[in-house]
Design a protein around this ligand. Structure first.
Ligand code: SAM
Length: 240
């Protein structure tokens, strides 16, 4: 948060925090998001959760520096263990892999009762986060994709609801991989991300084709071929 400004990525996350809410930011590192949200009046109060000592220390320092100790509670702990049931109405988890986000949500499932919104920003493997939401009664209500400093980020916003709703009338596998809203919108960042992924998968496929014909390699090849086909159908072959 150089010169008091949030990154584009965290600003996009911030915009989905319900006005005047109390939220928990899990994996908060420097607590930039809670500090900005509370200082700007977007949130009433926040909890910054951190599992690692170094980032926890940075979060505490940041909150003290900004004089926000009354409104932001910095807590050490693994995932959602830092919050009590019904303590927050919104949870943000940003800047981690999708597998870790899924693990945090699964292990903290009990703490999700009373939570009205999840704002999740997986750096990779958003597919597994969408899969978790679908299986656990959370309806994706919005998605955003953006590029910052050469990286492309996806933001998933979910609320308790009918999880199948955004997937109706769509190829489910494609929508889980690409995002049911993002694949409709097909923004420039979306096209760039998936064109690059398809190029990368095709390179890997080439290596696998010249590698030994083991069952494991056959499984991997089939998986890459399946994903390439799903993406190309959505991008209408602009990747080939
Ligand atoms: N959320 C910030 C952002 O988006 O800029 C920081 C992202 S940083 C890359 C990920 C942070 O999550 C690290 O500080 C790490 O220590 C923390 N973290 C990883 N696993 C965690 C867990 N299970 N519970 C709480 N924090 C965790």
């Amino acid at each position: 948060m150089r010169s008091g400004k949030l990154s584009h990525r965290l600003t996009a996350v911030l915009e989905y925090i319900p006005d005047g809410s109390v939220f928990a930011d899990i994996g908060s590192d420097h607590a930039y998001l809670p500090c900005y949200a509370v200082r700007s009046g977007k949130a009433r109060a926040a909890i910054a959760g951190e599992v690692a000592e170094g980032p926890l220390h940075s979060a505490k320092k940041q909150v003290e520096r900004q004089g926000l100790q009354e409104k932001i509670s910095v807590r050490k702990g693994d995932g959602l263990e830092v919050i009590s049931p019904a303590e927050v109405e919104c949870i943000t988890i940003a800047g981690m892999g999708g597998t870790l986000i899924k693990k945090i949500l699964t292990e903290g499932r009990e703490k999700l009762r009373g939570v009205k919104r999840l704002i999740l920003q997986p750096n990779v493997n958003a597919e597994c986060v969408r899969g978790w939401l679908l299986e656990n009664g959370w309806q994706l209500v919005a998605e955003q994709i953006l590029e910052e400093d050469g990286q492309i980020y996806e933001i998933l916003v979910a609320e308790p609801g009918e999880p199948l709703e955004p997937y109706r009338g769509k190829n489910r596998d494609a929508a889980l991989l690409l995002g049911p809203y993002l694949m409709e919108e097909k923004s420039e960042a979306f096209r760039k991300k998936w064109r690059n992924e398809v190029k990368r998968w095709k390179r890997i496929l080439k290596h696998l084709q010249s590698a030994s014909d083991s069952p494991e390699n056959r499984r991997k090849k089939a998986e890459f071929e399946r994903k390439i086909q799903l993406v190309e159908e959505v991008l209408h072959d602009e990747t080939s």
